[in-house]
Design a protein around this ligand. Structure first.
Ligand code: ACM
Ligand code: ZN
Length: 527
């Protein structure tokens, strides 16, 4: 059976936006109705049509964690009363993730275009629940029609500078899902630590997952305390499944040709000077990078990527590409020989050769590369997607060349930057208050309508130099993640800073229910 979205055409009308529903990200259309429906332990979840139990399981886990009870899952039986009905039938002309939600006196009805749509409808229902623990959850009657604005709604986590447990990574994936986002960019290799088991190269984790000490202050001292951590392949598989059950795709990042010091420390033949190298202990950019002349470097990378592809079904594999100093290549005879033999102009062209060679390999396995905007330098690989981080320029240039783009400009979505001038904990610096995240527009004004279609969406990056524990990660994430979710999901015309702040008053209480650490300083621009 085909159904329509309740609101045809998805045109957002601010008049239809209902203040008291307090949903973040704001839906395309939402109308509060008089009256309520109450969920108790005797309310049933009904699955209508062909869909899995994933959304019902997610909701039951959420209820158990925060309200202390779960609901039975039952077969359809008309008329449905005291029920949450999940309907999986197609919705005509809907984008992936679209859903309808209606709450009346007898039931909650969620109809998704697909399972993913049902899942997002359930995230909206979660936003309608009380923010205190209770055995009876009163929900406002309402009618909602909703669909995402961008297909790519991402959040990154740097597990290289600091290592975070599987349990926390799963919680992080829950944060992504609860905000109707769908991509987790898992930064797994860095100068300061290699974090993924590669069976063919055991030293990557025996050696490269450890550093002898960690910088203190802004690279002022060193704590001389060994720091280690990595994910086994079994753990990675478990996390990938956990994410898939929440409609989150994990894009793994294996950094090259820079930010690879931990790999060089493990296998010194990978560098231009052959070492010895030590896993990084300071923050910043290191001049020791993968040798771009030696075929053995490419063989290593291909072998690593084979194991990575076996673990991650994602179409995209992130190959880094940023911040690769060319000093070592300039004095390396093998790199210089490669420049001559390939007829390359200079070391920038050698970087481009490196990325294109890896792209060709990944394309031959049916995958696509995504890389930081430096991959534009010296010529973009033919099928590459660009992550624009140094500003919006890289994204604009790539879209104009008809390459796909994910926007992650530092000025708007670098969640390692302080949230306020009043920040008293150690951060990398910068100044990114909630309001600036909220006002971010991922489609640059410089792009025409055709070019704009190459902007898949945006992502916030969470670099962890100054986040040594999960409490600090949460503090840097919240409340900015809520603003980002609205940038990515809600219609552009729906955005209103004042209205968002008013809905945030409830969301802050929900953070309290979740027991997450969140920042309260510096909400407005310039604070
Ligand atoms: C980056 O922030 N170096 C991509
Ligand atoms: Zn070299």
């Amino acid at each position: 059976m085909k159904r329509s979205l309740f609101v045809i055409g998805l045109a957002f009308s601010s008049a239809s936006f209902s203040q008291n529903l307090n949903i973040i990200p704001a839906p395309v259309s939402a109308e509060a109705r008089t009256g309520t429906f109450t969920i108790t332990a005797s309310t049933k979840i009904i699955l209508e049509g062909s869909g899995t139990k994933k959304t019902a399981d997610f909701f039951n886990n959420y209820l158990k964690e925060y309200y202390g009870f779960t609901l039975p899952v039952a077969k359809p039986k008309a008329p449905e009363k005291n029920a949450i009905v999940l309907n999986f039938d197609k919705i005509e002309n809907a984008v992936p993730g679209a859903y309808n939600l209606a709450v009346d006196k007898d039931k909650v009805y969620i109809g998704g275009d697909d399972e993913e749509g049902v899942f997002y409808g359930m995230q909206t229902l979660i936003q309608l629940l009380p923010v205190e623990k209770s055995p009876a959850l009163t929900v406002q009657q309402c009618v909602i029609a909703d669909a995402p604005r961008f297909a790519y709604r991402g959040l990154h986590l740097d597990c290289g500078r600091h290592f975070f447990s599987v349990d926390f990574v799963k919680q992080y994936i829950d944060f992504i899902a609860l905000h109707k986002m769908n991509t987790f960019h898992w930064h797994l290799t860095e100068d300061q630590g290699w974090r993924i088991e590669i069976k063919r190269y055991p030293k990557l984790t025996q050696v490269g997952s450890c550093r002898a000490g960690t910088a203190t202050g802004h690279n002022k001292g060193n704590d001389s305390t060994p720091y280690c951590g990595y994910y086994t392949q079994a753990q990675v598989k478990d996390v990938v499944k956990y994410a898939a059950d929440r409609y989150v795709t994990i894009i793994p990042e294996i950094e090259m040709p820079g930010h690879g010091l931990a790999a060089l420390a493990s296998y010194p033949y990978l560098g231009c000077t052959k070492g010895p190298y030590k896993t990084g202990e300071k923050w910043g950019v290191f001049k020791d990078v993968y040798c771009a002349g030696n075929d053995s470097t490419y063989k290593f990378i291909e072998n690593v990527l084979d194991e990575v592809m076996a673990l991650f079904p994602s179409k995209f594999i992130h190959i880094g590409g940023d911040e690769c100093p060319k000093d070592a290549w300039k004095t390396c005879p093998v790199c210089q020989k490669r420049i001559k033999s390939e007829g390359l102009k200079d070391e920038n062209a050698l970087q481009s050769y490196f990325i294109q060679r890896v792209e060709k390999y990944l394309n031959s396995k049916g995958r696509n590369i995504i890389g930081w905007d430096e991959i534009l330098e010296g010529g973009l690989a033919p099928n590459a997607t660009v992550m624009s981080w140094r500003g919006e320029e890289g994204g604009i240039a790539a879209a104009k060349q008809h390459h796909k783009v994910v926007m992650t400009p530092g000025k708007y979505v670098y969640f390692d930057h302080a949230q306020s001038k009043k920040e008293d904990s150690l951060t990398i610096g910068g100044d990114l208050p909630l309001e600036v995240v909220y006002e971010y527009e991922p489609v640059p004004a410089e792009l025409g309508p055709d070019e704009s279609s190459y902007v898949m969406g945006a992502q916030a990056n969470v670099w962890s130099e100054y986040m040594a524990n999960t409490s600090k990660v949460e503090y840097m994430l919240f409340p900015r993640l809520s603003a980002l979710s609205e940038v990515l999901w809600s219609p552009k015309a729906a955005k209103s800073w004042d209205n968002f702040l008013s809905r945030m008053q409830v969301q802050y209480k929900r953070y309290g229910l979740w027991k997450v650490n969140y920042n309260t300083k510096g909400i407005n621009k310039g604070e």
